[in-house]
Design a protein around this ligand. Structure first.
Ligand code: GLN
Length: 239
């Protein structure tokens, strides 16, 4: 494995960082460092240009107003598009997932997305709030998704993306599928934060960024305990 630093950018902490999504940054950085990979982290506020040379970009959730503003600023900036063209990894959660698509609704208005993923979001009949679980696309080699969702939008995938998971609890995109991925871009409705609850998903992003097929295993006892506790609660109807 190269000893070059892994560069991780947390996009717009001032706008898109609800429900503890910043924890995804901490988890990724820690899991890389535990494998001896040095990490450089940049938290880039929405009034700053986005560097296009990082290895991993993380975008979190947000309420409608900050989500619409974040999408406008990312479109105007263009840095994320340049990064994707260079092969960077992007992980978007909830609002950050929706804005990677072609369009989404915020405060009743249709907003332009970044068109990095072939999907669009509209509004659902009710807000989806609670536990979210699903069987992840077997091609990704990651066990069941475990998370928490809180969103009003529903997401419809085009032929250019694959669903991240088939829903077993909660709503996700539309009650049947949850999240989406294409190449090294991946989006999910799972907060939690998602990577704390899904260490194998964190390692997938790290493997994509580092260009390796395997990483040395870590002690994930606490995450496994949390996953099984939440699974039991969902099964008992107490999510
Ligand atoms: N504003 C979006 C929605 O309600 C995203 C919410 C979120 O990021 N939690 O669908």
């Amino acid at each position: 494995m190269s000893t070059e630093s892994l560069r991780i950018v947390w996009i717009y902490p001032d706008l898109l960082s609800t429900y503890g999504d910043r924890g995804n940054l901490l988890i990724l950085a820690r899991r890389a460092m535990q494998r001896g990979v040095p990490v450089e982290v940049a938290e880039v506020r929405s009034d700053h240009p986005l560097p296009h040379s990082a290895d991993i970009y993380l975008i979190g959730g947000g309420e409608d107003g900050p989500q619409a503003l974040g999408a406008q600023r990312l479109l105007a900036d263009g840095g994320l598009h340049r990064a994707v063209a260079r092969g960077s990894v992007v992980f978007g959660v909830c609002a950050g997932y929706q804005l990677l698509g072609t369009s989404f609704f915020a405060k009743g208005a249709k907003c332009a997305g970044l068109e990095l993923l072939d999907l669009q979001s509209d509004r659902g009949p009710s807000r989806a709030v609670g536990e979210l679980a699903g069987d992840i696309d077997p091609r990704l080699g990651v066990p069941q998704l475990s998370g928490f969702e809180n969103h009003g939008g529903r997401t419809h995938l085009g032929p250019g993306v694959s669903p991240l998971a088939r829903v077993t609890a909660g709503v996700g995109n539309d009650g049947t599928y949850e999240g989406a991925w294409r190449g090294k871009l991946l989006g999910t409705y799972a907060h939690g934060p998602a990577l704390a609850r899904n260490p194998a998903l964190a390692d997938l992003l790290l493997r994509w960024a580092l260009g390796v097929n395997n990483l040395p295993p870590l002690n994930d006892t606490w995450a496994e305990r949390l996953r099984s506790e939440r699974k039991t609660a969902v099964a008992a109807g107490r999510p």
